[in-house]
Design a protein around this ligand. Structure first.
Ligand code: FAD
Length: 541
């Protein structure tokens, strides 16, 4: 059996775990991250991607609001290539309580959020698709953040500085030596082999699955799984984040993201045994579309691409009833203090937005435990890709000869790493995905450098299959490149293609009607009728 020894084991490759790995590495602490699926495949890859200004929390939760605005400012500096500083609006509809507007402005002032009242006319000029009947508007420094890019950049930096990352490897149990952790037993799902990793410190950054991780060590951690669903529409219907100016509720936000927009969200408590079988309920889609239409009437004319949901990793506190009521604050548990189990630390709660702060808090505790004196520097050291800000026009000039749209998209997704991806070799900038302008060069870079083991991982690194065609015209081209750039046989690539199409279908199924259904039938015709993809498994049996 393969055995690895290190100083710190991080369980979970969501934003929090990736952040802890990076912080440890920057302080010279040897660490290994273990993720049972892909990086950002848990809640980190299943949210709005809202770069909170903090305004959504300002009225009810001043602490969260302040954390958000502080991290908003830091992330814009260290992770600019993962962020679109779109700005955001809070708008009051005729049916909303008009007093909330002033309450929000007041609370933002307390939280040091730069919010200002603007006229309805100005709001409509900024966002012409907005409901023209709004009564008032507030401008806030909201934005969007790409969680896949963010998590991947943290991993890339850590690996380049010497950390190890094991993806598609599940921690099955924590091994103990009396009242101290010794390591973890794992199973590598790709290599199909067991391994053991030993370390005196284990960080449980497994999000909502953290309850189970604690159970394997014989201790209790009660999570409060609260499901939120979102729908994606097929074009970028708004350019700034549009929030409804009222107490946070269902269907009150529309976030633009790359080529699409998404409407969020609901909040429903689910039982812990359902966290791996998430489904978007029909009535959630109805609520989101109906409320979304109130903010931006064009929603009713847009094609719905897919629906998906995630579970908030909230730690249960007795007596609290609702997923929105329960604290979104950060929960850091030193199990030595709480359970007399030395070496285990749980980090949970918080938000994508606060991942860096959560990682800092966790690594401060690790450093204290192992006597490391180095201070956190993650607020100062830019992530790979965000090293220096060179404008779009200069980049276009530098890569003259390559289509502007290709340079623009690659720079947008990978920042300064565009230089590791694009070359003037013509084949390198041949397009694989037209919706998102992904090239052969970008696919090669991702397969070779970004821990990509299948097409779904590739989607998270490059956005292949995330645009309006949902993989219909790019997936088979990308599958072909796996054979060329990875160690994959043609049969394996075909199997990866099948898994990818099935994964895309899961999110399309709840919203199949009208144009969406017609497009899906076309996809089915290509992959089943032309390629006979449905036969793959039958042949294997
Ligand atoms: C509907 C919704 C909308 C949201 N919107 C926003 C937003 O717009 N902005 C924002 O800032 N926040 C938002 N959030 C909150 C945010 O998404 C989460 O707080 C954050 O992503 C949690 O990250 P994490 O790393 O702690 O957990 P996760 O991302 O869930 O990571 C945990 C990881 O642990 C892995 N794991 C589990 N068990 C094991 C095991 N046995 N072995 C190995 N690995 C394991 C999982 O596969 C997973 O990848 C939203 C949340 C929801 C549900």
């Amino acid at each position: 059996m393969k055995i690895i020894e290190t100083e710190v084991i991080v369980i979970g490759g969501g934003a929090t775990g990736c952040g802890v790995l990076r912080d440890c590495t920057l302080r010279g602490i040897k660490a290994v991250l273990i993720e049972k699926n892909d990086i950002a495949s848990g809640t980190t890859g299943r949210n709005h991607g809202l770069l909170h200004s903090g305004a959504r929390y300002a009225v009810k939760d001043l602490e969260s609001a302040t954390e958000c605005i502080n991290e908003n400012r830091i992330l814009k500096k260290i992770a600019w290539h993962c962020i679109e500083p779109t700005g955001g609006l809070f708008v009051t509809l005729p049916e909303d309580d008009p007093n909330y507007h002033n309450k929000l402005l007041e609370s933002c002032k307390f939280a040091d959020i730069d919010a200002k009242e603007i006229s309805v006319k100005k709001a409509l000029a900024i966002e012409p698709n907005l409901n023209p009947n709004i009564l008032s508007a507030i401008w806030v420094p909201d934005g969007t953040i790409d969680p896949f890019r963010l998590a991947s950049a943290n991993i890339l930096d850590s690996v380049e500085r010497g950390a190890s990352v094991l993806t598609h490897t599940e921690v099955q149990r924590i091994m103990l030596k009396q009242n101290q952790v010794a390591g973890v037993q794992c199973y590598d799902k790709v290599a199909k082999e067991y391994l053991e990793v030993y370390a005196p410190i284990i960080v449980n950054a497994a999000g909502v699955w953290g309850q189970h991780i604690c159970e394997t060590a014989g201790i209790e951690l009660k999570m409060f799984p609260s499901k939120g669903s979102m729908v994606i529409i097929d074009y970028r219907i708004n350019n700034v984040v549009v929030n409804r100016c009222r107490v946070p509720s269902d269907g009150d936000i529309i976030v633009p993201g790359d080529t699409v927009s998404l409407i969020g969200t609901t909040s429903r408590k689910i039982s812990y045994d359902k966290i791996d079988e998430l489904v978007v309920d029909d009535d959630e889609i109805d609520i989101l579309l109906a409320d979304g239409e109130k903010l931006i009437p064009n929603v009713s004319r847009a094609r719905v691409l897919r629906a998906y949901c995630g579970v908030r990793p909230l730690v249960a506190v007795s007596g609290e009833m609702d997923g929105r009521e329960i604290s979104r604050g950060v929960v850091l548990i030193d199990h030595k203090e709480r359970d007399n189990l030395q070496g285990l630390i749980t980090i949970a709660g918080g938000k994508l937005m606060t991942y860096r702060l959560m990682a800092q808090m966790t690594t401060d505790l690790i450093a204290k435990r192992i006597g490391n004196k180095k201070r956190c520097i993650t607020h100062k050291v830019p992530l790979p890709g965000s090293e220096k800000r060179v404008g779009y026009t200069k980049k276009i000039k530098y890569f003259s000869g390559i289509p502007n749209s290709v340079v623009g998209s690659t720079h947008y997704r990978h920042g300064e790493r565009v230089h590791n991806i694009l070359s003037l070799q013509k084949r390198n900038y041949g397009l694989i995905c037209e919706c998102e302008m992904v090239t052969i060069g970008e696919v090669e870079y991702a397969i070779k450098n970004l821990k990509v083991k299948n097409l779904v991982d590739l989607r998270r690194r490059t956005r292949i299959g995330m645009g309006p065609c949902q993989g219909e015209l790019c997936a088979y081209r990308a599958a072909g490149l796996f054979t060329e750039f990875g160690e994959f046989t043609p049969d394996t690539s075909t199997k990866l293609l099948k898994d990818f199409i099935e994964e895309r279908f899961k999110g399309m199924k709840p919203v199949l009607w009208g144009d969406g259904l017609r497009e899906f039938e076309f996809t089915y015709w290509i992959y089943q009728g032309l390629f006979g993809l449905g036969l793959v498994e039958e042949e294997e049996q």
